[in-house]
Ligand binder design. Structure first.
Ligand code: AMP
Ligand code: MG
Length: 344
């Protein structure tokens, strides 16, 4: 029996020094707000002062946390109500419905690698509680409840039905959606420089106040206090999925939280971290999870065919694969022991 470990997946060049739920000014002209929500540490950093923007954003994150978590035992949010519906048709709020539609599209686009109906497997493996290795029969049984086609959506009535005992878990896109939503709030408030970090789901607005790009550290999967490299970025989402973010160990083997919907087991394809950079934070979040499931070879073909995003793949042999557009903006950490290869 293991203990599921959770850590912030991406280290920022800024330190998280404020108290949780604190709001405070930094020396260099930013105002920070930190909170714990969606099962992770959240940092909202804006250029200048704007308490109303930070409070509005924090409140919205709290609302999304309730609405989007399928794990809420009280069942107050839309996702939890859907999970408790026992196959009945359920009326769904506009935001959740939009995310369910997006999820279905992402599943199609990624050939099923991204699949929010993996929740029965997540529960079986005990991610979110103490971890446990299920036996083959248990996995086979849970797999009968998995498959994105089991989520039926009716856009006209804005209703959803889960068939065959399926249940959903939006853990792979909820933080990306929250980051995008906060970005919208900040933009409405006229904020031109900001960094939003929900446990490694990062969105940067504009540049830093001095005009230089934001600098985002990509965590070393072997030692998350260190970075493999630092990415310079403006006006984009930067999202990392990694096998080091949530896992338990048993018998010297690591069992992590990103599940292959085909095998019902943690994806084991030679990758330890995937970072996706694109201006759509929800797609970036879905993609980082999906590319991790695809493994080290398929993502490059997927990137060539689909385009519209950049990626940093880190293999378990310390090879870092970059898409060409990142060649100048990603700086490997000297002495990290990782090697960079640019894919084409
Ligand atoms: P992320 O950290 O964004 O890669 O999301 C991982 C989380 O999404 C897991 O902790 C599960 O809750 C859920 N999940 C696991 N495997 C998948 C998958 N193949 N597709 C969609 N969601 C998944
Ligand atoms: Mg994700």
């Amino acid at each position: 029996m293991g203990y599921v470990k959770r850590i912030g997946p991406v280290l920022l060049t800024v330190c998280l020094t404020l108290l949780l739920n604190g709001c405070g000014e930094t020396d260099d002209g930013y105002t920070d707000k930190q909170l714990f929500a969606m099962d992770t540490y959240v940092l909202l950093r804006i250029g200048g002062e704007n308490t109303a923007a930070l409070e509005t954003a924090a409140e919205k994150i709290g609302m999304l946390e309730t609405e989007l978590t399928g794990r809420d035992a009280d069942g107050t949010g839309g996702a939890a109500r859907l999970n408790a519906s026992g196959g009945q048709e359920v009326a769904v709020g506009e935001e959740l419905f939009g995310l369910l539609e997006a999820s279905a599209a992402y599943s199609e686009q990624t050939g099923g690698a991204f699949d929010i109906t993996t929740y029965p497997l997540t529960k079986l493996w005990g991610f979110g509680t103490a971890g446990r290795i299920p036996d083959d029969a248990e996995i086979a049984e849970a797999l009968t409840q998995v498959g994105y086609q089991k989520l039926r959506l009716d856009p006209e009535r804005r209703t959803a039905v889960l068939t065959d005992g399926a249940q959903i878990d939006l853990g792979a896109i909820a933080k990306g959606y929250a980051a995008e939503t906060v970005c919208g709030i900040f933009t409405d408030y006229g904020i031109e420089s900001a960094l939003i970090n929900l446990g490694g789901n990062i969105f940067v607005i504009g540049s830093k106040l001095d005009g230089s790009p934001w600098r985002i550290g990509v965590a070393d999967p072997e030692d998350t206090r260190e970075t493999v490299g630092v990415l310079s970025a403006r006006d984009t989402a930067v999202v990392t999925s990694g096998s080091y973010q949530r896992y338990f160990e048993q018998g010297g083997t690591r069992y992590h939280h990103i599940l292959d919907p085909v095998t019902g087991r943690p994806a084991d394809n030679g990758l330890v971290s995937v970072t996706v950079i694109c201006d759509d934070a929800v797609w970036a979040d879905a993609l980082s999870t999906a590319l991790f499931v695809m493994g080290e070879e398929k993502p490059v073909g997927f990137w060539r065919e689909t385009g519209g995003f950049e990626m940093i793949l880190i293999r378990d042999d310390r090879q870092v694969l970059l898409t060409p557009a990142l060649e100048d903006s990603f700086e490997i950490t000297a002495g990290s022991g990782y090697r960079v290869e640019v894919v084409s």
